[in-house]
Design a protein around this ligand. Sequence first.
Ligand code: HEC
Length: 127
Amino acid sequence: MKSCIFFLGSSLFFSWQLSAAENVPNGEALYGKYCSVCHSISPPALNAPAMRSIAALYHRKYQQRSEGVARIAAFIKLPSVKNALDQVAISRYGLMARVPATSKETQAVSEWLWDQAGGILPPVKGR
Ligand code: HEC
């Protein structure tokens, strides 16, 4: 009986793991996992500029979604003064720490972040 329960439990566990691995990473869930400790989605800012303010900044700088997403991903992979658009935020909050996300996760969360600007761009002031 005991081993039967163990078998059932472990097969459930492994099927759960398999389905999690098959899923395309969800941007918002990744935000919750890796980013929400420091970034709120909308202003007011937490320990870093709000995601919508960052998205607005990238939309102002880049017209193409593919380029904007690539720039966001490059910054997440290697946060640096050179890769950042917002130098004021660095002096205010300090440079962002590296996040232990895989390349796939970084791509997915960058696409999600780009889409946070929505139709209406919030003012950059008050970030
Ligand atoms: C430990 C806190 C922390 C975590 C976790 C964090 N960030 Fe940041 N992030 C910051 C801070 C502080 C800044 C502002 C200073 C800077 O640009 O380095 C920032 C700035 C940014 C910028 C703007 C860079 C620019 O061009 O000016 C992006 C994009 C960004 N974060 C994305 C993310 C994403 C996506 C995640 C989650 C995968 C994340 N951050 C997780 C602290 C964090």
